[in-house]
Design a protein around this ligand. Structure first.
Ligand SMILES: [Zn+2]
Length: 313
């Protein structure tokens, strides 16, 4: 979260102002529960809450959700949305003055204008003519060397460029929940490239990699890179060793079970992420796998069967 000395008190005040007395408050985790403004009043016709505290708010993660009617009544999302929906204009103005910067960033409609290079050729649509060239053979050779199967290629729309700014690179695109491109990585398939990766300029911290492939109800693997992710179904790469606020928030809101599997040399990062995730409603549903020092998910081609998933103290 970065801002550990951030003053959340004004936000707590606003929440209490709108939602009434809290049922639970853990200020270390930034977590509070209230009676749901929708299902505990409207549906039951009460003029006070039902006392169940089904609405959980985490002001450090900037999210809220009602455990009873979150899906049916859309009672989940950012705190900004919560205040906009159930508070007054005054509340919202007050909140916008005191909200953390990360939360503010999330309210702006931001788009990454990423496009695939115009030289991009998906492996699934290579012409017979091109297949005979050394360009194609070189690209395919790399794919084979890394044991990337046809199924993986198809699922991820993997391709390559043999010309242009991404010349001699394997391209793995990422699509958002609606199937729109939101990023791609471009890995060289040359023997001694100057730059292994040449990725587009975009805000990595707001990208959820291939969100359209994620099944939130099933265990979700957190991995480091896109090459790890293609081998392991239902995995999300962080595109680095630290997790973005956006991914944290989304996991907190939607995931049921999480397994953190970073590269073997990043055990410390794994532990940090494990502990950060293992709280609130996710408590007890987070696992991690410690890989040997020199291994990552891609090396193992996503086969984690020989490793035990563990929970940390
Ligand atoms: Zn509710």
């Amino acid at each position: 979260m970065g801002t550990s000395d951030f003053d959340y008190e004004p936000i707590v005040d606003i929440l209490e102002d709108i939602l009434g007395e809290y049922r639970m408050h853990n200020d270390y985790k930034g977590q509070m529960s209230f009676d749901c403004p929708v299902c505990s009043y409207e549906l039951k016709g009460l003029d006070h809450g039902d006392g169940k505290g089904n609405l959980e708010v985490n002001y450090k993660y900037n999210v809220y959700k009602c455990w009873s009617c979150g899906e049916t009544n859309d009672t989940h999302g950012s705190i900004h949305k919560l205040i906009k929906k159930y508070g007054t204009t005054k509340h919202l103005k007050r909140y916008e003055l005191v909200m953390p910067e990360e939360a503010y960033e999330n309210t702006k409609v931001k788009k990454n204008y990423v496009r695939l290079p115009k030289e991009f050729i998906p492996f699934t649509s290579v012409s017979e003519g091109l297949k005979k060239t050394h360009f194609y053979k070189q690209a395919l050779n790399y794919i084979n060397k890394r044991n990337i199967t046809d199924e993986i290629i198809k699922r991820n729309n993997i391709g390559f460029c043999y010309d242009g700014p991404y010349m001699n690179r394997i391209i793995i695109p990422s699509y958002d929940e609606n199937g729109n491109l939101n990023y791609f990585i471009a890995r060289s398939y040359e023997n001694k490239p100057k730059l292994k990766y040449k990725n587009p300029e975009a805000q990595k911290e707001i990208i959820i990699w291939n969100e359209h492939l994620i099944k939130w109800d099933e265990p979700i693997y957190i991995v480091e890179g896109a090459f790890d992710s293609i081998f392991l179904e239902n995995s999300i790469p962080m595109l680095g060793k630290v997790m973005s606020e956006k991914l944290f928030g989304l996991l907190y809101e939607k995931a049921k079970e999480i397994i953190v599997v970073l590269d073997g040399d990043a055990w410390e990062n794994s532990q940090k992420i494990y502990h950060k995730l293992n709280g609130g409603r996710l408590f007890g549903s987070v696992w991690t796998i410690k890989l040997p020092l020199d291994k990552d998910v891609a090396d193992l081609q996503g086969d984690l069967s020989q490793f035990e998933k563990i929970q940390l103290k």
